[in-house]
Design a protein around this ligand. Structure first.
Ligand code: URA
Length: 274
């Protein structure tokens, strides 16, 4: 067995000497050994100071549900587009438990816009506001002053999805839907805005007084496009529970009727309402 040579360069030199002794010109090969050995590659000096912290990564801005609602509402140029925007909106948790989005019903260019509170069971099933018992009472009341969703009235709500068990909507739910409500008012620019119930009255008039104090009075609702005439009426669901208060509701209807006449708003003759 051949002996192991520890240093390979020794073996090479021995080979050179052998060939030189044999008369072979080995100058070129010798030069390789004479040349200085290349210095080993430098290791980078160890870092003594701590690495500077990388610049903080910009967080991608995540829009809040309200910002998202504002953007969607502002982009809607018509009530039909606004309806599509509300249907696409996912920032109100009520949507997860509701069957349908309940946006509006009636005549899109009506001079009177009524805003209620939130859909109940029947509204949730049919996807239309005020179609249950309280809605039927509302239709009969408004017919007395010549208003009908079939010819001169648009109806909507403060909230577009039914709160489970018909509980009151929370402030968060109201705030999430508000940009759409505001946009509906701006797009329809009604001569008169009728607000029925506490949620609509407090949210849009920005007042804390009870409905009994607010009802039947003339207000101005401020929008980005100017002031809109507004009046609070008792909610028909309340009147179903408290039928003796219908006389107050009747007084409110007469106030609304007089104001509509002053404003020159189109009304049907009582009795002709479909
Ligand atoms: N009550 C409301 O306020 N809105 C509806 O759509 C139905 C009942």
């Amino acid at each position: 067995m051949a002996a192991m040579i520890a240093d390979p360069s020794l073996a090479a030199r021995a080979a050179l000497a052998f060939w030189r002794a044999a008369g072979v010109d080995m100058d070129e090969a010798e030069a390789v050994f004479a040349a200085p050995r290349p210095a080993p590659a430098r290791q980078p000096a160890p870092q003594t100071s701590p690495k500077p912290a990388p610049p903080p990564r910009r967080q991608a801005a995540v829009a809040s549900p309200v910002e998202n609602a504002r953007e969607l509402a502002a982009a809607a140029g018509s009530i039909s587009e606004l309806k599509a925007a509300v249907e696409a909106f996912t920032g109100c948790a009520l949507k997860a438990t509701a069957r349908n989005t309940v946006f509006c019903d009636g005549v899109l260019d009506a001079e009177v816009l009524l805003i209620g509170e939130a859909p109940g069971k029947e509204e949730d099933e049919q996807g239309k506001p005020f179609v249950g018992r309280s809605g039927q009472l509302l239709d009969r009341m408004l017919a007395l002053i010549g208003l009908s969703r079939k010819s001169n009235l648009l109806i909507s709500n403060t909230i577009y999805w039914r709160p489970p068990g018909n509980r009151d909507p929370t402030q968060g739910e109201i705030v999430a839907c508000l940009p759409f409500v505001e946009r509906l008012i701006v797009l329809s620019r009604p001569k008169l805005l009728l607000l029925t119930g506490k949620a609509a009255a407090h949210t849009l008039l920005k007042r804390e007084d009870g409905v009994m104090k607010l009802r039947g009075r003339r207000f101005q609702h401020q929008t980005e496009a100017g002031a809109i005439n507004a009046m609070v009426m008792l909610h028909p669901a309340y009147l179903l529970r408290q039928p003796h208060q219908k006389r107050l509701a009747w007084a409110d209807l007469l106030t609304a009727e007089a104001w509509l006449d002053e404003l020159g708003a189109a009304r049907l003759r009582a009795g002709l309402v479909p």
